[in-house]
Design a protein around this ligand. Sequence first.
Ligand code: SAH
Length: 388
Amino acid sequence: MSSATVTVSSRGVERIFSGHPWIYRSDMSGPVEVEAGAVVSVQDRRRRYLGQALYSSKSQIALRFLTREKTPFDRAFLTQRIQAAADYRSQVVKDSEAYRMVAAEGDLLPSLIIDRYGDYFVVQTLSQGMEKLKTVITEILREQFSPRGILERNDVAVRSLEGLEQTKGVLAGEAVNEVVVTMNGLRFAFNLLEGQKTGGFLDQRENQRAAKGYAYGRALDCFTYAGGFAVTLSARCESMLGIDSSEEALRMAQRNADLNNLSNIEWKQANCFDFLKAADQSGGRFDTIVLDPPAFARQRSNLDSALRGYKELNLRAMKILNPGGYLITCSCSYHVTESDFLSAIASAAVDAHRTVTVVERRTQSRDHPILLTVPETHYLKCLILRVL
Ligand code: SAH
């Protein structure tokens, strides 16, 4: 698949040597006359070989490294990378048929996401290069895993940075919308074509399982989506209230409660900020609260307002927790570091006049690998706190 050669500046070389797979357009040397999305050989100004990368003609990220080796990045190479990713999942994923099988940079397959929901795969190709490889990837998945269906959820905004259109649908096999699979030993329905992301928030799977170990009493799951935390925790709780602003999400949540014969969960369509404020004023109290809001800082420029948002949300939750209660609080904003997040929570604790212990400091599930030299691959923070 590799043909043309491109040259990078010394700053680009430094970046590759530091272990980061992205080269920005400003670190390319000289004009580039390469087909959009091609696999290219990369060299430095002295023509020393650096590796092979996907080239983008549109994005600020001009090159995404695939390998530093000389072995051609062909179908066999791609198959081996996908298989290696799948093998790792068989080591770390337990009691779940839904998981991220290929997590882009985290599996050395930049801009490629493959989520597995039982017999179905959902693929996202988020750069020109991966888009070009989509047919080959589909063939490899059929050959290696014989799924019933392969879908694409390429209806994601980042694709516009690559000049790619928004699209979703079936790539191979059966068309399906809802699939029911096991996750953490429970049954969950996922809408692969209509749900958020590729159907579910698979990165929270291990945090849901961990949180289950602490949950008790009257529980509240804010930003519940399809009830991931609420359904997982409810067997340990007297009652569970799941809140989301989306009616469609709550329909799925009810479906998930029914699939597991859970009768102690109620769902409420509301804005979580408003709900928490009203609960504080009316004296509503809980023993377990989960906060899993959408990313507040999608760009670095939103950092300050995001931190204010996290503080406010956590402050309100702390005020309505009974002594000894658990707060499971998350941030999926990459731009908010764990230390920023801890500071915002600490400040909330001070204002709420509560003493808080950190029981667990967690991150995304292990099927979303974190590359030590690629900070962007560590985005989810999940703290399990005990509020005295
Ligand atoms: N906890 C879920 C994932 C949550 S995703 C899980 O584990 O699967 C974030 C959810 O927050 C989305 O379902 C979105 O509809 C909802 N949401 C966004 N803003 C909201 C708000 N202000 N109040 C209530 N829900 C909100």
